[in-house]
Design a protein around this ligand. Sequence first.
Ligand code: ZN
Length: 297
Amino acid sequence: MIEVCEVGPRDGLQNEATLLSAQTKADMIARLIDSGIRYIEAVSFVNPRVVPQMADAEVVLSLLPKRKDVRYAGLVLSRSGLERALQTDVDVLHVVTTTSDTFNQRNVKRTVEQAVAELTPVIQEGRQSGKDVVGVLGTAFGCPFEGDVPLATVTRVAERFLQAGCTALTLADTTGMANPLQVQQIVGAFSTAFGSSLSLGLHFHNTRGLGLANVLAGYQAGVRRFDASLGGLGGCPFAPKAVGNVCTEDMVNMFCGMNLDTGTNLPKLLETAAWMERIIGRPLDGMMLKAGIQKNR
Ligand code: ZN
């Protein structure tokens, strides 16, 4: 079974010029649930002055259907983000740092070491408050300013996050620099370092057209959890020329074709993506939106 973590409501909408109301975001999430998605990065507890698209995190969460079989996640980048998150009933905290000093300085004005030092008690307190905490390691496959990020640096941050109590990790290719061989190598190195019991997810952007190839390489290396965004929405406002995430319905279509279960309903997902495209008001990047579902499926 493959777990899809839908990040469109956060990573996707964060980089769209069209501002959606909290109600429309909640409608989007309800439709995603209807399409079989059970894990959704719904909001970000980021400073609203920095990312105005995410300013209504608390309102969005209050409008979501309460279901035991659905997990909602919120992004946490700092102590103030944690304090906001703990006032809500969000299920999972996605605690993020990048692993490149230059990128992190530009993004949150801290070195990686400073970020890890600040986030360690954030992870601990999140766990003590009964939340699941997933550590997200950005720029794990390269930094647009520094180039390759040493694997030892990524592993060191992973170790600190796990020691602090993270229940899972996600390796994120923040600006779409990964390639399949590198995915195989990094996932292999993580299995060696942390054992096969580590719950590892992958987060790719399709910046250079390698998104699905990287997902497949991750699958073949043993990963069973992948982030994706509806229609391929998204990017990162701090990353030069970043484009959207791997597209959810394209990824689901790939896994369906391989007879692998994602627990989702492809026709319904595609309808939801078409609905989203109308809301955003520009053609989205997803290929399934253009091509449709093959007849024999
Ligand atoms: Zn991203």
